[in-house]
Design a binder for this molecule. Sequence first.
Ligand code: HEC
Ligand code: HEC
Ligand code: HEC
Ligand code: HEC
Ligand code: HEC
Length: 191
Amino acid sequence: MRKWITLLSVPLLSLAIFLGLYFFDNAESSNKGPVQPVRFSHKIHAGAENDQIPCQYCHSFVDVSPNPGIPSVQKCMGCHTHIAGRDVEYDFGGTTINLQQEIAKVREYWAKKEPIPWNKVNTMPGYVHFNHKRHIKRGFECATCHGDVANMDQVYQVTRLNMGFCITCHTENAKDHEELARLKDCLSCHY
Ligand code: HEC
Ligand code: HEC
Ligand code: HEC
Ligand code: HEC
Ligand code: HEC
């Protein structure tokens, strides 16, 4: 019996280590966000020490539609036709990039008339409906759900956007019983 336990414990232990590494690795990568075709830094564009471009200049539909929108290459070129960028290295969250070379990629997409194939950062299953407009009109800041994006090079998801996250805030912020009932109604989010 003892021998069997010892024999079994080896694969079990390696399985445990494997799973541990797997989940650790997963947590790590979701923290940093996906690798994007252009290393676009929110810190450089929206950060307090840099350009401070308002979020809504680029995510223009956030207070008028369910979906905030990702800016087109044309919007980027509004500046990058004139701004070629300095020929300097920059530490983009641990990866060294050259500002001018990174901007050159944007100009290439423009020349080819192709959109930049950005990878999504926040993903929500198709059976959930989230509406930005309602939340922005109610006065919530972007940072409430997205964290301090203005200080991130690569944007990453700061909170798991699971059902508990939504319901907790709905429960805390409902004005009255009637609103609470609506905000907890399954069909408000699933339809
Ligand atoms: C100069 C244009 C620009 C400005 C200003 C800007 N963004 Fe973005 N934003 C982008 C682009 C391009 C992407 C897609 C690439 C990426 O995810 O890094 C993006 C992605 C995002 C995402 C992730 C989208 C997803 O896939 O889930 C969030 C969240 C976001 N921005 C929030 C903000 C907030 C908050 C601000 C203001 C503090 C802001 N952005 C300012 C251009 C901009
Ligand atoms: C309002 C003007 C403005 C807009 C709009 C703008 N940028 Fe920039 N961008 C700048 C400035 C200023 C710099 C800094 C250049 C420097 O320091 O040499 C910069 C730097 C960059 C860089 C190098 C630094 C980094 O973030 O990695 C990239 C890449 C870049 N922009 C891509 C984009 C993309 C993609 C868009 C559209 C989604 C965009 N920019 C929209 C002004 C703008
Ligand atoms: C109450 C929480 C909340 C607030 C406040 C909020 N967002 Fe979001 N945001 C989300 C969720 C949830 C998603 C994922 C939605 C989906 O995939 O359908 C998302 C997705 C996004 C995306 C990606 C959209 C796409 O097409 O891929 C952008 C860009 C974004 N938010 C920008 C912003 C900006 C800018 C603000 C502030 C003006 C803001 N958000 C405020 C919760 C929020
Ligand atoms: C920061 C707090 C907060 C978070 C987080 C939040 N909500 Fe909300 N949500 C509200 C409030 C408050 C309202 C009521 C807005 C109004 O109508 O004035 C609301 C309204 C809504 C509505 C409209 C309901 C209706 O029919 O009246 C939907 C749908 C919704 N939220 C979905 C979500 C989903 C899905 C998530 C999670 C991904 C989420 N919300 C996260 C605070 C929040
Ligand atoms: C405020 C928005 C909201 C309300 C109200 C809501 N849900 Fe969800 N629900 C979500 C979100 C967001 C997810 C996605 C979870 C994820 O991706 O982790 C989800 C996921 C689910 C799932 C998939 C399994 C899971 O747990 O991830 C089921 C089943 C579900 N909801 C049932 C319900 C039922 C039944 C009700 C009513 C009692 C309800 N939901 C009310 C936002 C909501």
